[in-house]
Design a protein around this ligand. Structure first.
Ligand code: NDP
Ligand code: 2IT
Length: 444
């Protein structure tokens, strides 16, 4: 059995009940086999892979808060500090009822390679809670955030661990979390990213993940002599990443015909109206169904399945494993040519394999959605310098970072004779920097 297979088996055995973590590890280790094989003795001697798959630290805590009826509620809180070889832990917080330790381990593990690909000095981490912000009042969300931060603040800091927003954590939550951190620790520092513009946030951070997905997809298109102009695009999700992927794809001349949420999807043959989308989601915190009620000519369909809509480019921007084999088959049957993951691991391993075997160009999330965390790192730089860059400056840096990520991923795939396999390219390119730093720092 190869070293990578041995370590994968060990991960499955030692981390029971964490299928998403196993899946993320499998994808990475399968990709790294060609790299490990070239220097197996050294990597085995240093137990590099065993160290890579074991978080440096997991903090898990109780989050008590009082709801609007005066009832005490208890949620689970976590921070997974996965790998600090190349910089302080960096990665978001997710508030969603499906959050558990295994989900956060998969996200923290992916974050190590993603952050490495950005070229910026940030290690990998992730945290969150099974708290569901949906349907809660602002006061309840604040009570929860204050309680969550009361515990978390002991373990984070601008030079140790810098959380940000993910599913269920947007500007409102970051504001409440920042306020509580400042109050307890007495420090006005860049301990969180995605902050409001009046208190240390960076211009373009809100747009960065969605814009970044489109920027890297544009690089892929160019490499294939193609462009967004005139293309039909399906985006999934209708949260932060989805909204700004729709916006940038539309700016580049594509027509985005569908977005969804966990209840259903809308189809708008005229192209999604971004102002309406933002009003429903960012202002009213409503459901995507309301889009069809407001925009003539559009329709709403309950359930998943927007993959049955004919498109050239599919951008899954909702959540893990949202695109199963059945969806991949529908995309291929309808002539879809490009899939770039805005979400983290939205495509199952089977679906990824099917897309690649059938000639669909596939860019994995750890490369495609890295623009968000990259811009978070730019926010950290601005906070450290006590300066703010203009929107144009940040956008230009983001654009350059996405171009560089494409180049690194493409180049790593070519170096290992797997041209066009961006899954392998992203994992190898991300790993190379981290492993060099780990070896240099000795056994730790
Ligand atoms: P938001 O909370 O803003 O939006 C999430 C969207 O995904 C909503 O439309 C939501 O629908 C949908 N969704 C969430 N969970 C499920 C589910 N279980 N089934 C179906 N749909 C679901 O989150 P973001 O836009 O920030 O995040 C989306 C994805 O992008 C996540 O995978 C996240 O990890 C990833 N990501 C985010 C980055 C960021 O900067 N925000 C950076 C890099 C990656 P509903 O309202 O019905 O729940
Ligand atoms: O998955 C991700 O990269 C994010 N949700 C953003 C992380 C960050 O620190 O900005």
């Amino acid at each position: 059995m190869s070293y990578t297979e041995e370590v994968y088996e060990r991960v499955v055995k030692q981390n029971p009940g964490e299928p998403e973590f196993h899946q993320a590890v499998k994808e990475v280790l399968d990709s790294l086999k060609v790299v490990i094989d070239r220097n197996e003795e050294l990597y085995r001697k240093l137990s590099i892979l065993e160290r890579l798959v074991e978080p440096e630290r997991i903090i898990s805590f109780r989050v008590p808060w009082v709801d609007d009826n005066g009832v005490v509620q208890i949620n689970k809180g976590y921070r997974v500090q996965f790998n600090s070889a190349i910089g302080p832990y960096k990665g978001a917080l997710r508030f969603h009822p499906t959050v558990n330790q295994g989900i956060l381990k998969f996200l923290g593990f992916e974050q190590i390679f993603k952050n490495s690909l950005t070229g910026l000095p940030i290690g990998g981490g992730k945290g969150g809670s099974n708290f569901d912000p949906k349907g809660k009042s602002d006061r309840e969300v604040m009570a929860f955030c204050q309680s969550f931060m009361t515990e978390l603040c002991k373990y984070i800091g601008a030079d140790t661990d810098v959380p940000a927003g993910d599913i269920g954590v947007g500007g409102r939550e970051i504001g409440f979390l920042f306020g509580q951190y400042k109050r307890i620790r007495g420090l006005y520092e860049g301990v969180l990213t995605g902050k409001g513009l009046t208190y240390g946030g960076s211009l373009i951070r809100t747009q960065a993940t969605g814009y970044g997905v489109v920027y890297i997809t544009d690089e892929i298109l160019k490499a294939h002599g193609d462009s967004f102009e005139g293309k039909t695009v399906v985006v999934t999700g209708s949260g932060n990443v989805a909204i700004y992927a729709v916006e940038k794809a539309t700016q580049l001349g594509a027509k985005v015909v569908s977005v969804n949420d966990s209840n259903g999807y809308v189809y708008d043959p005229n192209g999604i109206d971004i102002a309406v989308l933002k009003d429903i989601k960012e202002v009213k915190r409503g459901r995507i169904k309301e889009y069809a009620e407001r925009v003539p000519g559009s329709t709403y369909t309950e359930g998943t399945g927007s993959w049955t809509i004919k498109c050239d480019i599919y951008l899954p921007c909702a959540t893990q494993n949202e695109l199963p084999l059945e969806g991949a088959k529908a995309l291929v049957a309808n002539g879809c040519k490009y899939v770039s993951e805005g979400a983290n691991m939205p495509t199952t391993l089977e679906a990824t394999g099917y897309l690649q075997e059938n000639g669909v160009v596939f860019m994995p999330g750890k490369a495609a959605n890295a623009g968000g965390v990259a811009t978070s790192a730019l926010e950290m730089s601005q906070n450290s310098m006590r300066l703010s860059w203009s929107a144009e400056e940040v956008d230009a840096k983001l654009h350059d970072i996405m171009k560089n990520i494409f180049r690194k991923v493409d180049d790593a795939a070519k170096r290992y004779d797997m041209e066009g396999n961006y899954v392998v390219g992203a994992n190898i390119a991300g790993f190379e920097k981290v492993v060099e730093a780990m070896i240099a720092q000795g056994i730790c």
